[in-house]
Design a protein around this ligand. Structure first.
Ligand code: NDP
Length: 486
């Protein structure tokens, strides 16, 4: 294995790589081979302090720049990121195990979209003028929050870092970002790119570490906002810790999203969406449609067709561009998924396809299809975060909606039907942050993304993200004499 994935140092603070080997070593494992491809060190309290101080200092001058100037830096960063797409994709594939066929189009590319979009928006951010009686008026100023902390999951490392950093910086904030300890590499690349694009030193800092480093960041009094992408249990902890200091939060958490396929749906489209929505990124996507409810008239045909199409999956070396299913991110995650598959079979679901761990050095497991799943089974209730599709049968629209919503999660939901009014009725009834009609799992930067219920708080992407990275100051202007009772 070439040593080219070893970063210059573990952290990126104040515009430069910084090392502190006093922190516990974290090995970066290539999921295809199980080999160690790099080692970084967890941030010591001194590193955390330096990163926050650098961000605090950089933020003041950054916020004083015009939005257009800030936007120019972000747009330049988007261009550099696009120019380096292949190298960044190779890093991402080695860090996560996701096939290169995906990382080439979905990871840095999506990060660049966010930088470009929020770069464009930066110059348009304004307050408003509110006329009042007798010439008095109010104007509002849209101001930055200050230092924001971003904490990422391991499934889309550079995308998550960019989705958080871009709107934060557009609004005049600085950021300290902690990647998942499983995927520490690409956020460092984003930091380098931003510097090259002209961002001031300290505007975007990266510190490595596990949950304790995240915890130290979240509770620091210099921090105004915390944006987490992670699981619901972590979300609960981070939200509670942030609440101690009344900090703003964005929580992008897990899901167990439903797809309702009605009898009148286009079968091939629905099957394609279910395949993408369960097996893309080897199933490691928060908004995956892991409960596929199919109406009874189409049910058997749907199950058979998914099974047939699964024969076309190309499982193997993620660096081979024809591969469509790579390894799981870690042996631990593979074992969790294998545990759920065993439970599904035990609880009586029909194993139609897959289900086996693929022996070898890499963390592979077969894409798996369960039919005849019922609502109370663990595979229908809990987030598996792996390539396991559960198909459930339903009869009426009301029943389908009620069962789709009978979950604590509320990230995404999809409906496949050719009945125009039903599509909108069902979308309105879904308890989910993002709904799809005859499509699934598309997350363009122009559209708000986020969850309801346990799946989260706040929205990423789109103009909606601006609300979560800025605050409004009200300035009342008196144009008349001030009266007092005495
Ligand atoms: P985790 O919740 O395990 O971790 C998320 C991040 O939080 C990691 O960087 C983790 O560090 C850190 N962390 C853990 N404990 C704490 C703590 N007490 N204080 C501060 N930070 C902490 O999630 P995974 O990395 O396993 O990612 C998978 C989850 O993320 C799934 O539930 C998935 O649905 C969700 N997700 C949600 C998305 C969305 O947009 N809604 C998108 C992608 C994923 P470390 O890894 O070092 O422990």
């Amino acid at each position: 294995m070439p040593n080219s994935f070893q970063p210059e140092a573990s952290h990126f603070i104040g515009g430069a790589y910084v090392e502190d080997t006093a922190g516990a070593p974290i090995e970066v494992i290539y999921p295809h081979t199980g080999e160690v491809i790099a080692t970084v060190h967890a941030a010591t309290p001194e590193m955390v302090d330096r990163a926050l101080e650098a961000a605090k200092t950089a933020q003041v001058d950054w916020a004083a720049m015009t939005g257009t100037e800030r936007g120019r830096v972000l747009r330049r960063a988007a261009e550099i990121m696009r120019a380096r797409n292949r190298a960044l994709s190779e890093i991402e594939t080695h860090d996560t195990g996701k096939p290169l066929s995906e990382t080439l189009v979905a990871d840095a590319a999506s990060g660049a979209d966010a930088l470009e979009y929020f770069g464009g928006l930066a110059g348009t951010l304004t307050g408003e003028h509110i006329p009042l009686a007798d010439g008095d008026f109010v104007y509002t100023r849209r101001e930055a929050l200050g230092v924001c902390v971003g904490i990422g999951a391991w499934n889309y490392p550079i995308q998550i870092a960019s989705w958080k950093a871009a709107p934060a910086m557009a609004c005049g904030n600085a950021m300290v970002f902690k990647p998942s300890e499983m995927t520490p590499l690409s956020a460092l690349q984003l930091a380098e790119i931003l510097m090259e694009a002209g961002a001031p030193a300290g505007l975007f800092n990266v510190v490595q570490g596990r949950g304790d480093v995240g915890g130290a960041l979240v509770t620091d009094e210099r921090v105004a906002k915390v944006s987490l992408t992670g699981s619901v249990p972590t979300g609960r902890k981070v939200y509670a810790a942030a609440a101690e200091g009344i900090r703003h939060v964005t929580m992008e958490l897990g899901g167990k999203s439903p797809i309702l396929v009605f009898d009148d749906a286009d079968l091939e489209n629905a099957v394609s969406a279910a395949i993408n929505g369960n097996f893309y990124s080897t199933g490691q996507i928060c908004s995956n449609g892991t409960r596929v409810f199919v109406q009874e008239g189409l049910y058997e045909r749907f199950v058979n067709r998914v099974a047939e199409r699964m024969d076309g999956a190309v499982i193997g070396d993620p660096m081979d561009e024809t591969t469509t299913i790579g390894p799981m991110v870690s042996g631990r995650q593979r074992d969790i998924v294998a545990g759920y598959i065993a439970k599904g079979a035990e609880e009586g679901a029909r194993l139609v396809k897959g289900g086996k761990v693929i022996e070898g050095a890499g963390f592979y497991i077969e894409p798996t299809l369960f039919a005849d799943v019922t609502d109370e089974m663990a595979i229908a209730r809990e987030e598996i975060f792996g390539p396991v599709m559960s198909v459930l049968k339903f009869a009426s629209e009301d029943e389908g909606i009620a069962r789709a919503n009978a979950t604590g999660f509320g990230l995404a939901a999809g409906v496949f039907t050719n009945d125009l009014t039903r599509a909108h009725r069902v979308s309105a009834a879904f308890e989910a942050g993002t709904c799809y009609i005859n499509a699934y799992n598309l997350t363009p930067v122009e559209a708000p993304f986020g969850g309801v219920k346990l799946s989260g708080v706040g929205r990423e992407n789109s103009k909606a993200a601006i609300e979560h990275y800025s605050q409004i100051k009200t300035v009342y202007v008196g144009m008349n004499d001030t009266e007092a009772p005495f």
